[in-house]
Design a protein around this ligand. Structure first.
Ligand code: MN
Length: 437
């Protein structure tokens, strides 16, 4: 049966199309910098926002009208699988991502939960085989169940720590079975609310121990997915330990985990941390840690994680600029960790929102590719730092200088070469020319 009867396969019709159910910029087979758009943009459906969450917020109940509402329990979980694969097929999404609790009810015990997971994973696996859709990543939700009130790997309760380990173990087994290309750790409640009751060192040491156990188990079962950590600065805890890219990278380096992990970066988490998304991508990229993206955006007038669909072409351009400079995302992709607004409650809105997001990223990709092909900013940056490619600057870069040798140089060159303007506003207008031109 069809769950989305109003909508057929979404096709590319070009920027002049008036058809709401058509792509204006995303043309899967169009070649950009030697690769198809669909290879640059490995878009993934977020199971939780698309199929599981239905628009509740702290002030009101669910509003979404969904075609699976006549089902309940495990039948509802099965209907969501079928609807999800129909949605991916119609949208041209090749990948999906899920938390364990997105796909099935937890039941009353871990044993029942894992049995439910097996039932639904059977169905997901057969749909993957018939459709060719792939798992970008899965993860364990270790923040919704009340047992995780004090965190999971950072909990003060060793029995809860063991429960978290059991969910991760199961998640890795599911990932291996479904051929997941990545496995994500998001520190749901891995942080603290008050230092007055918190042993920060023990909590961070325990998180690292959990990661090492996960690395070991993946190796043991032959699961070769890329491990990813998703930084977020706050919410739900006041201070999350994986605050941002730089904090997370230093954590991984301290605990000898850096070689096993990369980062799954989210736009809304970046802005919550007081950074732009492109800042987070740049930090990860220059450290060889850029793994995958959660494509969304926040509302700058609100202070929380609103997970809106990305519709800002300026931001998308600078995001794709970093991705292209990184020569792509490797095993990673672009997951829409984005939900339709509570008042966009019709099933059709799921399609319209994904079209908006995919078109925004497609336009951003094309502009970023042109910027790179023309070396629009690279030429400027090379010139700006050119004093480090010759003379005393080249000696600094080669590690040939000491404080004493630099001091001697400075004393003999009392009038340094003149500084030049950074030309920021001019560069911003060039970026606008590329976007609007
Ligand atoms: Mn978010």
């Amino acid at each position: 049966m069809a769950y989305y009867e109003n909508v057929g396969k979404v096709a590319y019709e070009g920027s002049q199309s008036q058809n709401p159910f058509a792509f204006k910029f995303y043309n899967a087979d169009e070649v950009v910098m030697g690769k198809k758009m669909s290879e640059h943009l490995k878009f993934a459906m977020a199971y939780w926002h698309t199929l599981t969450a239905e628009g509740s917020d702290p002030f009101g109940a669910t509003t979404a009208v969904r075609p699976w509402h006549s089902y309940s329990g495990i039948d509802l979980a099965k209907a969501r699988v079928e609807a999800g694969f129909e949605f991916m097929d119609k949208m041209g999404l090749e990948y999906f991502c899920f938390h364990d609790i997105d796909i099935t009810p937890e039941g009353s015990s871990l044993k029942e939960f894992f049995a439910n997971i097996d039932t639904i994973v059977d169905l997901i696996e057969s749909n993957m085989k018939s459709s060719g859709k792939k798992l970008l990543w899965n993860t364990a939700n270790m923040f919704t169940n009340p047992r995780f009130v004090h965190g999971a790997a950072s909990t003060c309760n060793a029995d809860v720590y063991a429960h978290a380990a059991a969910q991760i173990k199961k998640g890795l087994e599911v990932g291996k079975r479904l051929g997941g290309e990545n496995y994500v750790f998001w520190g749901g409640r891995e942080g603290y609310m008050s230092l007055l009751n918190t042993d920060m060192k023990l909590e961070q040491d325990n998180i690292a121990r959990m990661f090492h156990m996960a690395v070991d188990y993946a190796k043991e079962i032959g699961f070769d997915a890329q491990f990813l950590i998703e930084p977020k600065p706050k919410e739900p805890t006041k201070h999350q330990y994986d605050f941002d890219a730089a904090t997370t990278i230093s954590f991984l380096q301290k605990y000898d985990l850096a070689k096993h992990f990369k980062l799954n970066l989210e736009a809304n988490h970046a802005t919550l941390a007081g950074h732009t998304f492109e800042h987070e991508l740049r930090v990860a990229r220059i450290n060889g840690m850029l793994g995958s993206l959660d494509a969304n955006q926040g509302d700058m007038l609100l202070g929380w994680d609103t997970d809106e669909f990305p519709v800002n072409v300026y931001d998308a351009t600078l995001t794709l600029y970093e991705v292209l400079q990184n020569d792509g995302l490797g095993k990673g992709g672009i997951n829409f960790d984005a939900k339709v607004r509570r008042d966009s409650f019709e099933a059709d809105d799921l399609f319209l929102a994904h079209i908006a997001g995919m078109d925004t990223y497609a336009k951003g990709l094309k502009v970023a590719a042109k910027l790179i092909e023309d070396r629009a900013f690279e030429k400027v940056i090379e010139e700006r730092y050119s004093s480090f490619s010759e003379g005393i600057g080249a000696d600094v870069v080669a590690g040939k200088t000491t404080l004493a040798s630099l001091a001697e140089y400075a004393m003999n060159n009392e009038t340094p070469r003149a500084n030049k303007s950074g030309r920021q506003e001019h560069l911003q207008s060039i970026l606008n020319q590329y976007i609007y031109g």
